[in-house]
Design a binder for this molecule. Structure first.
Ligand code: ADP
Ligand code: MG
Length: 901
């Protein structure tokens, strides 16, 4: 018999059992032998009968001296067997074995027989009893030696085949396996001994040491096979022709300068790691691990900018429509001012950035070229008259940067991101216009729901005695606007206290292009933020009086930038002017209809939602693009080398400093009224909230109904605060609208399923209530909680549950204790085991049969080192002594290493 032999060929296995085995996935001898025991029982025979109770089951052998059936509770029966020690002495006492309602046992046991039993001895009255022991009537000694008087294997699920039969089959197969070693596919220096004896000992060990050695042998060879697969993948991708995808970093610097915050140390660290990888010729395959809210998007943008600057296109793939849309709007806001073109490709929406319809229609474009007496976007002087993009510019508004007077872009926000009503916005807007020409020259302004953008140049305040010019300071100007409006709005809303955040973000304009970008950014803000549709007017935006909201088109501003020589000529130039620099999308990106142009970098957000195969689909092109995979699901560090073994790993292990704390509390659902009162208080002070409810996905109809019920309930509870509903069945465009309304503060509370799970970023949302929290996994709860605590406010996550089981309490307790993703991953692992980490489409790795990722971590390290060493020396597996390893590298669809390379 050979290890690869199909079991069907073994005549002695009864056919029904074969069918049952097949259901367990056992077809070949090898499958059977690698159906490893789940645990073992020490069924070594006890030298003498016990006289005390024991919590450990023991194995006894004796003669049946009496059998008896007794009745209890009417028709129920107990079958009792009295067993006498073989070499009975004066002190020995018989043991009574009892079976309740098991008629067949009665037929098997008779007085005079020799019996082996295994079970826990209990004191019942004066007698020692064993209830429902495993037993065997001794007929052949061979059978006994398989099941008793030894360390006996207990197998995992053997549905349709009893433990006994299973054990017997394995025993016989092991015996018939042709002598001579079965080769272990691992280097000698990693494992000792041969596979055949390891298999023998894992099922029927002579002693515990032998079992331990056999297990180590098998675990190492299993891990080695896994690591060979990983190393092969890696070697394969390293061999693919790659390119350098890294620009000078000038574009990145400009981006970083306009960021309203500084990078964390961790962000800087990973950006430089990524930068080095982009600059290398080898294709990058890198995983970016960082907790929710750690700022991965900025890092992704940094990578994108480096690639774009080198003349490549970049793609950003998100797992959901909402996330793709969010990335699209965030990236547009930040990158269009830098002159980049973006495109969105999702199943529901395809869109190019560039002039929004409003701007291209020209209906609102005022009176055109140079005529105006006032207002208008700032533009460089001397734009040639035949440049169509310049015709809307009003010359009088052309500030020349050469003038020694500084211009500033200023952003200031409401305290706690309180939302301004339309009336309040009008007050702010009027105030800004009112002081224009008095304290500053105004080029553009925009009053949003919770923040204000200004583009100004402070006016001359006085000329000092010594003749130098003194300007209004920024703080004077802001003070004027803030205090005036705060007063007026407080009066309007009958409220008190500070309206505005005391600090504001201001930045001196450094160049003509800078001015253009900022101008454009401000007048388009309401459109880009999705607050109004392109065809609608936003009343609180100002860019001059006679020429209204006609920003230069993207191409014009880009041409200007290039003409002004600010950007190096080769940067961004390699792409045809119509191609987007950045394509953002969902799975839609995977389909051939999306035409990439010189794709240099692929960023995949929230990788765990995409499988390896999907990843390959986007990246398997020549020359290979660099790939950055982002995940917010930290996994224990010891696992990284396996689950993400074919990737380099960068870790963001630091949160931005300005984060408000998240307080997490598990509460009984009975406490709902108090929770509601708390929620109302938060809403009253301007915050927003998520309510998450678990949904059993039974059918569309049921789901919609359940959602509607939830929604009605919460709307009533939270009246008059506006609630909105989000779940998986809502069509994408509507979903987007819902998100936009929430983002802009129009909706206060979002009642949602877990569709908001990943990546959604609304800093003003500070409360999350999770209903039936026990139904979610730790990792998922942590992910959900990551939606809050994104602004500087203190946030609250309330986990509602009725479940008092220790399991749930422990799980929720972890969340109350820590918000560190790595710690939570460890705890999750502790509570639940790594379970689905391997053997899934996401990892593309086979599930482990014997090794444990957790307790065998050190063996994994050894296996990994061995595999890495082989590929380092022989990356194509060409050496004769490595030939045998080729069969280990069989990828998913049966592709072997041999026919890939
Ligand atoms: P995630 O890692 O979950 O994708 P995001 O990239 O969405 O996190 O960042 C969350 C929020 O933190 C965003 O609003 C982002 O602008 C902000 N942010 C990112 N980096 C920093 C930083 N260094 N300092 C302050 N805020 C930051
Ligand atoms: Mg994100």
């Amino acid at each position: 018999m050979k290890i690869a032999q199909p079991l069907v060929e073994l005549e002695w296995i009864p056919r029904p059992r074969l069918t049952a085995l097949r259901r367990l996935g056992i077809e070949k001898v090898e499958d059977l032998l690698t159906h490893y025991p789940r645990r073992y029982e020490d069924r070594h025979q006890f030298p003498s009968f016990p006289r005390e109770e024991s919590d450990l089951p023991i194995c006894l052998c004796g003669e049946v001296i009496n059998t008896q059936v007794r009745r209890f509770g009417g028709w129920k029966k107990i079958f009792e067997v009295t067993l006498q020690e073989s070499q009975a002495n004066a002190l020995s006492q018989p043991v009574v074995c009892r079976w309740f309602n098991l008629h067949y046992v009665q037929k098997m046991i008779a007085t005079g027989q020799q019996l082996v039993v295994f079970g826990k001895p209990r004191l019942r009255g004066k007698r020692i009893c064993i209830d429902h022991p495993e037993f065997e009537v001794i007929e052949s000694d061979e059978e006994i030696s398989i099941h008793f008087r030894r360390i006996t294997p207990i197998y995992p699920a053997t549905e349709g085949v009893s433990q006994r039969h299973f054990r017997s089959i394995i025993h016989r197969v092991l015996g018939e396996l042709s002598d001579g070693p079965v080769a272990t596919l691992a280097p000698d220096r990693l494992v000792s001994g041969d596979r055949r004896s390891a298999l023998q000992s894992i099922h029927f060990p002579e002693n515990w040491e032998e079992l331990k050695a056999a297990r180590e042998h098998l675990v190492l060879s299993e891990f080695f096979a896994l690591q060979m697969l990983i190393a092969a993948r890696r070697a394969q991708s390293d061999r693919r022709p790659g390119q350098v995808h890294c620009g000078t970093g000038e574009l990145l610097d400009r981006f970083l300068k306009q960021l309203p915050f500084g990078l964390t140390g961790a962000q800087e660290k990973v950006i430089s790691e990524i930068r080095a990888a982009l600059a290398a010729k080898q294709p990058m395959n890198r995983l970016l691990q960082g907790d929710v809210g750690s700022g991965k998007t900025v890092v992704a943008i940094a990578a994108i900018l480096l690639a774009v600057e080198a003349g490549f296109q970049a793609a950003l793939m998100a797992p959901t429509q909402i996330l793709a849309e969010q990335h699209y709007s965030v990236l547009r806001r930040w990158l269009e001012p830098l002159g980049l073109r973006l495109a969105l490709r999702t199943a529901a929406r395809q869109e190019e950035s560039g002039p929004l319809p409003l701007f291209s229609q020209g209906v609102l474009s005022g009176n055109g070229n140079g005529s105006g007496s006032a207002g208008g976007p700032p533009a460089e002087s001397g734009g040639s008259p035949d440049d169509p993009d310049d015709i809307y510019y009003s010359k009088r508004r052309l500030p020349h940067f050469e003038r020694p007077w500084a211009k500033y872009a200023i952003t200031f926000a409401t305290r706690d991101r309180r939302t301004l009503s339309p009336e309040a916005r009008q007050i702010v807007f009027d105030c800004i216009l009112k002081w224009r020409e008095k304290r500053y020259e105004l080029f553009a302004c925009c009053v949003m729901a919770d923040h204000v953008h200004l583009l100004i140049e402070p006016a001359v305040k006085e000329v000092s005695k010594d003749g130098s010019t003194i300007f209004f300071s920024l703080s004077e100007i802001l003070q004027t606007i803030k205090s005036y409006t705060a007063h007026a709005i407080n009066r309007l809303t009958k409220s008190k206290g500070a309206l505005w955040e005391s600090e504001s973000f201001d930045r001196m304009i450094r160049s003509e292009n800078d001015l253009h970008e900022k101008f454009r950014y401000i007048v388009r803000n309401p459109y880009d933020a999705g607050v109004v549709r392109a065809t609608e007017e936003y009343p609180w935006v100002w860019s001059g009086e006679d020429v209204r909201r006609v920003p230069p088109t993207l191409s014009a501003s880009r041409r200007k930038e290039q003409a002004s020589g600010l950007r190096s000529p080769e940067s961004v130039a390699t792409l045809p002017a119509t191609e987007p620099h950045i394509i953002i999308g969902t799975h839609a990106l995977l389909y051939d209809t999306v035409a990439f142009h010189n794709l240099g970098l692929v960023v995949i957000d929230e990788q765990h939602k995409f499988g390896v195969a999907q990843r390959a689909r986007l990246t398997a092109r020549e020359p290979a693009p660099d790939v950055l995979v982002m995940t917010a699901t930290p996994i224990p560090r010891t696992l990284t080398m396996t689950v993400y073994g074919d990737l380099d790993v960068s870790i963001i292990d630091e949160m931005p400093a300005n984060r408000g704390k998240i307080v997490t509390a598990a509460r009984d659902e009975a406490k709902l009224p108090e929770v509601l009162a708390f929620l109302r208080k938060e809403l009253e002070s301007g915050r927003q909230a998520y309510v998450i409810y678990p949904l059993i996905e039974e059918s569309d109809k049921l789901e919609a109904k359940a959602a509607a019920v939830e929604f009605a309930r919460w709307t009533e509870r939270l009246h008059p605060f506006t609630c909105d509903l989000l779940h998986g069945r809502i069509p994408a465009p509507e979903k987007q609208l819902v998100m936009e309304n929430f983002r802009s503060g129009k909706t206060k509370v979002l009642i949602s399923t877990t569709v908001i799970e990943v990546g959604v970023d609304v800093p003003n949302a500070t409360v999350m209530i999770i209903e039936n929290a026990e139904r979610f996994g730790l990792a998922q709860l942590h992910q959900l909680r990551g939606r809050i605590g994104r602004g500087e406010h203190k946030s609250y996550c309330i986990l509602l549950t009725n479940d008092k089981s220790s399991e749930t309490q422990e799980k929720l307790g972890v969340l109350e204790k820590t918000s560190n993703g790595f710690e939570i991953a460890e705890a999750d692992w502790e509570l639940r085991g790594p379970g689905d980490l391997l053997g899934t489409a996401q990892s593309g790795l086979p599930a482990l049969k014997i090794g444990s990722l957790k307790s065998d971590a050190s063996l994994m390290r050894r296996a990994r080192a061995a595999a890495t060493l082989i590929f380092e020396k022989d990356p194509l597996l060409e050496w004769p002594e490595n030939q045998r390893f080729r069969q280990l590298i069989v990828e998913e669809q049966g592709r072997t290493f041999a026919n890939v390379s």
